[in-house]
Design a protein around this ligand. Structure first.
Ligand SMILES: [Zn+2]
Length: 136
């Protein structure tokens, strides 16, 4: 209802004014309901956003925690490949039963990790003390 139409309300019969008043009340109830629903909808979206954000942060924490346990950032898949290479290398090159093996394993085998930045990527190598290398 515009202000212009309100100026003429005194010219309308009482029953028509009552009907208009009732319609205004109904309209206002709908407007209030819409406003309340919009507020609730915003709150629900915020809660959903918070849940998604918490899940994303927890996944990142898990990823970083796993990297921290490995000592430097390598993926789980890379770690599996490296461990497989190490196991195979030890068995093929360093496993000499009784002569060199202690309770901890072969005595003449230690590994180091090397990272070389290149233009496109970082070359990453695990290197055995015997000189054998594995690029990952
Ligand atoms: Zn070796």
């Amino acid at each position: 209802m515009t202000k212009k139409s309100l100026n003429h309300s005194s010219l309308l019969p009482d029953t028509l004014q009552e009907a208009i008043s009732t319609l205004r009340d109904i309209e206002q109830n709908y407007i209030n309901a819409i406003n309340r629903l919009e507020t609730e909808n915003t709150a629900l979206k915020d809660e959903h956003y918070k849940d998604k954000e918490l899940k994303r942060l927890q996944e990142k924490i898990n990823y970083l925690t796993e990297n921290m346990h490995r000592g430097f950032p390598i993926t789980e898949e890379e770690e599996e490949k490296i461990n497989a290479w190490k196991d195979n290398h030890i068995l093929e090159k360093h496993w000499k039963p009784k002569k060199y093996v202690t309770k901890q394993g072969p005595v003449d085998c230690t590994f180091s990790y090397q990272f070389f930045p290149t233009i496109l990527d970082t070359t990453r190598i695990v290197k055995c003390s015997c000189g054998a290398e594995f690029s990952f």
